[in-house]
Design a protein around this ligand. Structure first.
Ligand SMILES: [Zn+2]
Length: 326
C-alpha cells in the first residue's frame, strides 16, 4: 500500500503552463513554471520562477507578490493556491488513498459467522467456486467437517484426527474467508511467548496501517509450541456450534514445529459480519497436520499482512431457515 501518493495538478494561467507537484505529506516539493508559448513575455517567465522558488522555500503557496514579479504574479499565486487546496482536499477525503490500494484486494466471505455459530452447517459454495475468489484463507466444510486452511491456492482440510486431507472440488463450504494474497507489510517475530503476545504484536502493524479494514495474514516459521483443535463431522439435526464443540472438539499439541499460520483480522465495528480480532488456523510444513489455533508460542517467524479494503459476500443460501431453531 503506497500511502504517499503523488498528486499532479496542472493549470494554465495566461498562456503559461503552471505545474504544482506535491505529496500527500503536505510538503511543497517542487513548483515548476513552464512556457510553451514563444510569445510569452520573458519577464513573465522570470516572475513565475521567482514565485515558484519562494513557494518551495516557504513550503507554502502563501507567498506575497514577489519583488521583481510582474502583474501576472497575483493570478499565478491564486491559481497555485487553488491547486494546493484541491490537493489537500483530495488527500483529506482519502480518494487518492483508495485509488492507491492494490487492485483486487477484496476479502471474500461465505455466510455470516453467526449462521455457523447458530448451527447452519449446510454448504453454500463449492471448493471450486471458493478458489475463484482467493488463494489464501480459513473456514470450515459442510457439517463442520474439520478446519479449512487455504494456502498458495490449495484448500486443505484439517479433520477430526488432526490430519490433513485435500478435499474434492465438489466439497462444499458453509463459512470461509479468502483473498488473493499480496504482501502490504511484514513483521519479524522472535520469541513471542503466547497468543496474547502474538496478537499484541500483530495489532501494532494493523493499528499502523489502519485498524478499520480486514487483514489476511500469513505467519511462516518455527513455533516452539502450538495447540490446535478440530472437530467431528456433525449430523442433522445440527446443534449450535458451542454445543457441538463441547462434545466433539479434538485437540492436538505440537512442539518445535515448522509451518504456516493463516489468519484473519476483523475490525471491531464489523462484529456483525465476523468475529472481531484475530482468528488463526495452522498447517505444518509437510502439510500433514493442522487445525484452528488455540494457543501458540513463536520461535522465529515472519508475518505477512494483506490489507483487504474491499469486501464481498457469497449470496446467502439460508434465508428460509430459522437459525434459532437449529
Ligand atoms: Zn477456526
Amino acid at each position: 500500500m503506497k500511502r504517499l501518493i503523488r498528486v499532479l495538478a496542472m493549470l494554465c494561467v495566461m498562456a503559461l503552463g503552471f505545474c504544482a507537484l506535491a505529496e500527500q505529506s503536505a510538503t511543497v516539493t517542487s513548483v515548476e513554471a513552464a512556457s510553451d508559448n514563444t510569445e510569452a513575455d520573458e519577464r513573465g517567465v522570470e516572475s513565475l520562477k521567482l514565485i515558484a522558488d519562494a513557494m518551495v522555500e516557504k513550503n507554502s503557496v502563501n507567498v506575497d507578490t514577489v519583488s521583481g514579479a510582474t502583474g501576472t504574479s497575483n493570478a499565478v499565486i491564486a491559481a497555485a493556491t487553488q491547486a494546493w487546496l484541491q490537493i489537500q482536499a483530495e488527500a483529506a477525503s482519502g480518494e487518492d488513498w483508495m485509488e492507491a490500494a492494490p487492485a483486487g484486494d477484496t476479502l471474500y466471505q461465505v455466510a455470516l459467522l453467526q449462521s455457523l455459530v447458530q448451527g447452519y452447517y449446510d454448504g453454500i459454495v463449492t471448493v471450486e467456486e471458493l478458489k475463484q475468489h482467493g488463494d489464501t484463507g480459513i473456514g470450515t466444510f459442510e457439517d463442520v467437517n474439520g478446519e479449512m486452511i487455504v494456502l498458495d491456492g490449495t484448500v486443505y482440510q484439517a479433520v477430526a484426527d488432526g490430519s490433513i486431507a485435500v478435499p474434492s472440488e465438489d466439497e462444499t463450504v458453509p463459512f470461509s474467508n479468502v483473498t488473493f494474497f499480496d504482501v502490504d507489510e511484514t513483521l519479524a517475530l522472535s520469541g513471542v511467548a503466547d497468543m496474547a503476545a502474538l496478537q499484541e504484536a500483530m495489532n501494532g502493524v494493523v493499528n499502523e496501517l489502519g485498524a478499520n479494514c480486514f487483514y489476511m495474514v500469513k505467519i511462516e516459521g518455527t513455533f516452539d509450541s502450538i495447540k490446535v483443535r478440530s472437530e467431528y463431522k456433525q449430523e442433522k439435526p445440527y446443534r449450535a456450534l458451542d454445543v457441538a464443540l463441547a462434545e466433539d472438539q479434538t485437540e492436538f499439541d505440537y512442539e518445535d514445529v515448522r509451518g504456516t499460520v493463516v489468519g484473519l483480522y476483523c475490525p471491531d465495528y464489523m462484529g456483525g459480519l465476523n468475529t472481531p480480532g484475530w482468528h488463526f488456523h495452522f498447517i505444518n510444513e509437510d502439510r500433514t497436520r493442522g487445525g484452528h489455533v488455540l494457543q501458540i508460542s513463536v520461535k522465529e517467524a515472519e508475518a505477512a499482512f494483506d490489507m483487504t479494503d474491499g469486501f464481498e459476500m457469497a449470496p446467502l443460501k439460508n434465508p428460509v431457515v430459522d437459525l434459532k431453531k437449529h
